[in-house]
Each structure stands twice: as C-alpha cells, then as structure tokens.
Design a binder for this molecule. Structure first.
Ligand SMILES: [Zn+2]
Ligand SMILES: [Zn+2]
Length: 363
C-alpha cells in the first residue's frame, strides 16, 4: 500500500454520493471494523473517517414533529423470508442477511428516519465467525448442520435502527398490599397450619431516572433480541456518516417514533412499579395506582452493529445475532431429534444398569 495514501482524511467533498471511491486507486472502499478506518478493497489503502462529533440527544417534541427523512437510502425486500433491508446500491451480490438467498427486489418504500448516530462495527467478520463457532459448539442439542452454519462466510454485517430514550420520572402512588402469616391450631393433638393475610395501605412518591433505554425500531427483529446482546455504546456514538455503512447493509425502520416512545413508556411503567414495590415486604398486591410525570424526555435514533447468522433446519429458519461492538451472542437453536433420542436411550440404559448393579449387590 502507498505510504502517502495512508491516514489521508476522507472528506465528503471528494465523494460521489452513491459510491465511495478510494482516493488512491478509484476502487471501492469499505469501513474496516478492526482498523476503525476506511479501507480500499483493491489497493488496501486506509483512510480516516473525518468525524469528531458525538451524537446529541434531542427532545421528544422534535421526534414527533420534525425528524429528518433518510432520503439517500433505498429499501429492498427479500422475496424468500420477507425481511426488508437497506442495501448498498453497488453491492454486487445482494444477499439477504436473514436467510442468505439472493432473491431481493427494490421496493418503493421510504427508508424512514435518518439516523442521527452510528455505533460502528468493532468486530471483524472473522472474529464474529470464531465467536459463533465456539457458541454453536457448546450447543449440545443442536444438529451438526447448525454447527456448520456458524462459519464467518455465512454471517452478514447489518446495522440495526434503535431509539434510545432518556427520561426523568416523578410518580405518586397509593395501593394495598398483603403479607401472609401462618398460625398453628391443634385439633385432637394434631397441628393444623393455616395461612392468613394481613392487608396494609401504602402511599408515597418515587423518582426514577432512565438513561439510554433501548427500543428496537425494525420489526425484522424484536426488542428482546436487542436487549439480550445489549449494551451497545450508544452514549459514545459518533454522528451518522455514510462511510460507516460501507460494506454492510442496514435493517429498515418500520416502527415510527411515536410507537417506539409508547413502547418505551410501557416498559418504564413496569420498572417504576418494580422500584416502588421493592421497598415493601409483601406477598399479595391487591391494587396499586401510579401517576407518573415524564420530564426531560429525550431521544436519539442510532444504528447499532449486528452480525446475523442463519441456519435452515427441517424447513425452518433459525437466526442468531452477535453484537458487532462487544461480541455478545444470542439466538434460538434447533434441537436434533436424534440427539435427544440417543440421550434418552442412554439414560434408560444407565438407570437400568444401576438397577442391575444395586440388585446384584443387594442380594
Ligand atoms: Zn485503492
Ligand atoms: Zn431473506
């Protein structure tokens, strides 16, 4: 690689809007997760992404009224599994990250909100592949076909849109709780234990602060999956730049801001109730009324990095996901009927064997 090309700043002015060309040779450059730089796929030159700014949070009013549209992106749909994705225009083989097929068509749909920030990939595909292979190896019940699917070539790097919400909450509450106690009575000398409940009223106030509460903004994936591989360093996310997306695809956004904020408030409500109840020693909740005021509500809309793996087993698609920043992995794995059958058989033989031995020595 040429020395003078290295560390040259990669600025917007030099760029075509759709293709990121290497200033050194004109080839295609992608974001390299390990180097945290742009890297040319042809001459291997590297370039800094000029970006010192960190993403800033905005008020909820902004989200509901004047959030920007991501007009430079295009939405594609996979005809095999139905997933909708945002793909790089110049991507040669457009492969669906969820099912691995090339049955992808462009749609007229708008990509929705423009991301404010991006948590860049930190883990390379090779490293993600090693994480997936080790993880699959430990899945005792999984069929061997599944274990083979965890190879790095089959993984796809995908940016996933999430909202993070901050809020200070102030709640007042009143309710009734019950605590159980037991008494012992003797009837004809025999002890009879009886359970009773003593009810008491509660009343008070509670403040709870939430920081970067993460809500999944694409229905291709559910919030629980994202939670399982959280945290993502969303507080340190740099401002959105297309450079970070080079070499990756992105998941579409199809739950709007209002819907995600409602979902978030419901989860916050649950956490507030848990925080209130944690102060009391009780067994039964008769009722609890909580009135909550939300203050300083802020949001940011960011892309977080994931590797998606897929395995088809008995005509069913199984996906697993790796946090592209930390390497945390989650996913459902198919269960091999044969392995379960053999294990049960082995168990029967083992129990039978022990019974025989016990029988033998017992006599
Ligand atoms: Zn080059
Ligand atoms: Zn698909």
């Amino acid at each position: 690689m040429s020395e003078n090309a290295q560390n040259k700043l990669y600025t917007d002015e030099k760029l075509d809007t759709s293709v990121y060309k290497c200033p050194n040779c004109g080839g295609e450059a992608v974001f390299d997760a390990e180097l945290q730089k742009m890297r040319c796929l042809y001459c291997d030159s590297t370039f800094e992404v000029k970006n010192e700014e960190k993403v800033t949070e905005k008020s909820i009013d902004d989200l509901l009224n004047n959030a920007k549209v991501w007009d430079e992106a295009e939405v594609y749909q996979c005809k095999t599994c139905g997933a909708k994705e945002i793909l790089n225009k110049q991507e040669v083989a457009m492969t669906c990250p969820f099912c691995g097929t090339n049955n992808i068509v462009k749609t007229e749909e708008l990509p929705g909100l423009k991301p404010q920030g991006v948590v860049p990939f930190k883990i390379s595909k090779e490293r993600a592949g090693r994480i997936a292979t080790n993880w699959a190896r430990r899945k005792f019940w999984a069929p061997n076909a599944f274990k083979k699917s965890a190879s790095p070539e089959k993984l796809a790097g995908l940016y996933n849109p999430v909202f993070t919400f901050d809020a200070e909450t102030s709640s007042t509450y009143d309710g009734q709780l019950g605590k159980n106690y037991t008494t012992v009575r003797y009837i004809n000398g025999k002890p009879i234990t009886e359970v009773h409940t003593r009810y008491f009223y509660i009343k008070g106030s509670k403040n709870v602060t939430f920081d970067d509460y993460i809500i999944q903004a694409s229905s291709n994936l559910n919030t629980n999956t994202i939670k399982e591989i959280s945290p993502f360093p969303t507080n340190d996310a740099p401002v959105y730049k297309t450079e970070y997306l080079r070499g990756y695809s992105a998941n579409t956004y199809n739950k709007d801001g209002k819907q995600c904020w409602n979902e978030c408030q419901n989860l916050m409500k649950y956490d507030i109730e848990k925080a209130i109840l944690s102060k009391y020693d009780y067994d039964i909740k008769s009722y609890l009324n909580i009135k909550t005021a939300y203050l300083k509500q802020k949001y940011k809309f960011v892309l977080v990095p994931l590797y998606v793996g897929h395995c088809k087993y008995k005509n069913k698609l199984y996906n697993f996901f790796i946090n592209g920043s930390t390497g945390k992995i989650t996913g459902k794995t198919p269960v091999s009927g044969w392995k379960v059958f053999l294990a049960v058989l082995f168990g029967i033989l083992l129990v039978g064997g022990i019974a025989l031995i016990v029988n033998f020595f017992g006599n």
